[in-house]
Design a binder for this molecule. Structure first.
Ligand code: KIV
Length: 262
């Protein structure tokens, strides 16, 4: 899928949308040849690639840097980039300059966490020709206000707020909304009420699509195993094995061979 229209078409045709995060060139090339529909340069890059505890440490420079690397490897997929922490709270000029940098690096849309006070900016961007993806439920940039990475919308009142926000984001012009860590019945209700597709993570199976952090689905961490995650490979073991085979061959003078030498 290469366009915003592709998202709408898949919702209308009730086809599930698959998305993964990506932060670099070589994995972008692998994803580009896969069946995955679209790619997010998530601000989770701050945690996954840079080792920070939260996404608060992502900034426009970091997002631009990773977007540029990913877009060099991506020819066939739609590319969305996260607008990082507070980039939409520093005034319109800063917002526009940030989106400008991220788009010139190769993004085709930006994702913005939350609704409320962001709605005028989202509307402004959409009217300026910038596709915007919303993000509700667990919004990791607000992790400290939310008291941790945990399920959102559990009470009736909070669920109603998230549903209302989803409607407002659709009205503001978002082409899609990520729903993170919300009960599946709430995600279903939102998905049924909206014309735009919802992309879930920890939001059950009734959303229009699913997204996972690439390294999580590949099983690159031995310790990170939240309930919502399915690991599709044991990446940690695969990497360890390859590294140890290499090290062992070097130690035992088995690499390089005659054939691998000049
Ligand atoms: O930054 C990120 O990786 C995300 C996804 C988890 C949706 O926002």
């Amino acid at each position: 899928m290469k366009t915003v229209d592709g998202f709408h078409k898949m919702k209308v045709e009730r086809k599930k949308i698959s998305m993964v995060t990506c932060y670099d060139f070589w994995t972008a090339k692998i994803i580009d040849d896969s069946d995955i529909d679209a790619v997010l340069v998530g601000d989770s890059a701050a945690m996954v690639m840079h080792g920070f505890e939260t996404t608060v440490n992502a900034d426009v420079e970091m997002m631009t840097f990773h977007t540029a690397a990913v877009s060099r490897g991506l020819r066939n997929k739609f590319l969305v980039t996260d607008l990082p922490f507070l980039a939409h709270k520093k005034g319109r000029d800063f917002l526009v300059q940030s989106v400008d940098k991220i788009f010139k690096a190769g993004a085709q849309a930006v994702k913005i966490e939350g609704a409320g006070a962001n709605l005028p900016d989202i509307e402004y961007l959409v009217k300026s020709g910038i596709p915007v993806m919303g993000h509700l439920g667990l919004t990791p940039q607000s992790v400290h206000q939310l008291s941790g990475f945990k399920l959102q919308g559990k009470s009736e009142e909070k669920a109603a707020r998230i549903l209302e926000d989803a409607k407002l984001l659709e009205q503001a012009g978002c082409f899609s909304i990520v729903l993170e860590m919300v009960p599946s019945d709430l995600a279903k209700k939102i998905t049924d009420k909206l014309n735009i597709p919802t992309i879930g993570i920890g939001a059950g199976k009734f959303t229009s699509g699913q997204i996972l952090v690439l390294q999580d689905l590949l099983g690159m961490s031995k310790t990170f195993s939240p309930k919502f995650l399915r690991k599709y490979s044991d990446g940690y073991e695969i990497f360890q094995k390859a590294l140890n085979y290499f090290s062992n061959d070097v130690v035992n003078n088995k690499f390089p061979s005659e054939k691998e030498s000049f």
